[in-house]
Design a protein around this ligand. Structure first.
Ligand code: HEM
Length: 385
C-alpha cells in the first residue's frame, strides 16, 4: 500500500484529476502541470516558510483569542462552526493584511467560500437551486471581490512600492523569468484555492483534536502541562504567544500529528493518468482515475500498532517515509501544512489554558462524506477554568 501510494503520488504520468478546475478556476495550482505548477507551488511555499509564517503568529493568536472569548458566555458551542470561522479568518488575514476578518462583508465572503467548497464535489448540474449553480454564483461574487482587491493593491504598489508581506503581494509581485507577472485570473484562482485548501481541513483537524483530547486523559495531561508551562513562563496574563513559544510544543505537535493520522481529514487524493502506465504487471490506460486512499496506510496495525487508538506518543519516533501522508506526497504535497500546524498549536494553547469542555452528545456519529466529521458538529458544554 505504502509503495503504491508513493508510486502514484510521485509518478510523472499521473496528472491532476480535473475535478477542481470548474469551481477553483483553470489556473488553480490543483490543476496546472509542469513549470506552471512549479511556479505556483514556489509562491505558495514562499508564504509558508518560517520567515513568512513568523509574521502571522500574532494575527493567528489574536484570532484564536477572539474566537474563544465568547465561548465562556455560551451554554453550548458548535466547535465545527467556530473552528471554521477561525481557520477562515486566518486565511483572510494571510491573503490580505488590511482586511478585517469579522466585518459583515468578510462573513458574506466566508459563506461564498463555503458554498464553493460544498459545490466542488457535487455533480456539475447547472440548474437553478442546484448546489453546483449556487457554487458558480458564489465563485463569481468571490472573484469580483478579489479582482477589486488585486486592482487596488496593484495601484498602491505602483504608487508607493511598499509591500505588506501578505499573499496578495506575493502573488502580484512575483515575477517569473518566462511568464513575467501573473494576471488577475492567475492570482484570483490561486487565492480561491488557498481559501478552499486551508478552510475545512484545519477546522476539522481541530474538531477531532478536541474530541480525542477530551476522551484521553493521559494525552490531555501531557498537552495541558506543556501549554501551562508556556503560560506560567509569561510575566503577565495579557501576553502574546511568540514563534519561539510555538516551537516549545512537542507534545502538542505529537497530538496534532496523531489526529491527522487517525482522522484522515483528507482521506483520498485523485490522479488522472496522462498516458498508459505499467504498474506491477498491470497496464492502466490513459485517462483512468487513480484514487490513493490514506486510511489503509494510516490505520494499518502493522505500521501503527493498535492503530485505531489515539496515542500521540507513537510520534516520539518519526514515521517512516510514505507511512504518514496526511498532507500528501510528491510534487503536489500540501504547501499549507506548516500554517495548519501553527494554527492548531496556537488554538490549542489558548483553549486548554482557559477552558474545559464536555460533548453534549457523547455518542454523536461520524459522517464520512465529503470529509470525516462529527455529525452534531461537535456540540460541547464549555467551562472556564
Ligand atoms: C489539516 C490541514 C490540511 C490537510 C490535511 C491538507 C491536505 C492536503 C493534501 C493531502 C494535499 C495533496 C493533494 C494532492 O496530492 O493532489 C493538499 C494540497 C494542497 N493544500 Fe492542503 N491540507 C491542509 C491544509 C492546508 C492549508 C492550511 C492550505 C493553505 C493555506 C492548504 C493548501 C493546499 C494547496 C494549495 C494544495 C494543492 C497543492 C498542489 O496541487 O500542488 N492546505 N492538502
Amino acid at each position: 500500500m505504502v509503495e503504491s501510494a508513493k508510486f502514484f503520488l510521485s509518478c510523472a504520468d499521473c496528472g491532476p484529476s480535473g475535478l477542481f478546475a470548474r469551481l477553483l478556476g483553470p489556473e488553480t495550482i490543483n490543476e496546472v502541470i509542469g513549470s506552471q505548477h512549479a511556479l505556483y507551488w514556489r509562491i505558495f511555499l514562499g508564504l509558508m516558510v518560517p520567515e513568512a509564517l513568523k509574521c502571522h503568529v500574532q494575527m493567528i493568536d489574536i484570532l484564536a483569542q477572539d474566537t474563544l472569548e465568547s465561548w465562556g458566555l455560551k451554554k453550548t458551542v458548535s466547535v465545527m462552526e467556530e473552528t471554521l470561522k477561525f481557520s477562515y479568518c486566518t486565511l483572510i488575514g494571510l491573503v490580505c493584511k488590511k482586511l478585517l476578518p469579522s466585518t459583515p462583508e468578510m462573513i458574506d465572503l466566508m459563506k461564498d467560500a463555503q458554498t464553493i467548497e460544498n459545490g466542488v464535489l457535487q455533480f456539475p448540474i447547472d440548474l437553478p437551486f442546484s448546489p453546483y449553480r449556487k457554487a458558480l454564483q458564489a465563485r463569481a461574487r468571490l472573484h469580483r471581490f478579489l479582482d477589486g482587491l488585486i486592482n487596488e493593491r496593484r495601484a498602491e504598489l505602483a504608487a508607493n512600492g511598499e509591500k505588506r508581506k501578505d499573499a496578495l503581494d506575493e502573488f502580484i509581485t512575483h515575477k517569473d523569468d518566462k511568464v513575467g507577472f501573473l494576471s488577475n485570473q492567475q492570482v484570483e484562482d490561486n487565492l480561491v484555492t488557498l481559501l478552499f485548501g486551508g478552510h475545512h481541513t484545519t477546522a476539522l483537524a481541530l474538531v477531532w483534536l478536541m474530541k480525542h483530547l477530551n476522551g484521553n486523559p493521559q494525552a490531555f495531561k501531557e498537552v495541558e502541562e506543556e501549554q501551562r508551562r508556556i503560560f506560567l513562563g509569561k510575566s503577565s496574563t495579557n501576553y502574546n504567544l511568540t514563534w519561539e513559544d510555538t516551537s516549545q510544543m512537542p507534545a502538542t505537535l505529537r497530538a496534532v500529528n496523531e489526529i491527522l493520522r487517525l482522522s484522515n481529514v483528507v482521506g483520498v487524493v485523485t490522479r488522472k493518468l496522462t498516458k498508459d502506465i505499467s504498474y506491477k504487471g498491470y497496464t492502466l490506460p490513459k485517462d483512468w482515475m487513480v484514487h490513493v486512499y490514506m486510511p489503509p496506510i494510516h490505520l494499518d496495525d502493522s505500521i501503527y500498532p493498535n492503530a485505531a487508538k489515539f496515542n500521540p506518543s507513537r510520534f516520539e519516533v518519526p514515521a517512516k517515509t510514505g507511512t504518514f501522508i496526511p498532507f500528501g506526497y510528491g510534487d503536489r504535497i500540501c504547501p499549507g501544512s506548516a500554517l495548519s500546524l501553527l494554527e492548531q498549536m496556537i488554538f490549542i494553547h489558548r483553549l486548554i489554558t482557559k477552558y474545559r469542555w464536555e460533548p453534549v452528545n457523547p455518542n454523536s456519529k461520524t459522517s464520512y462524506w465529503p470529509m470525516p466529521s462529527v455529525k452534531d458538529e461537535y456540540l460541547v458544554h464549555v467551562m472556564s477554568i
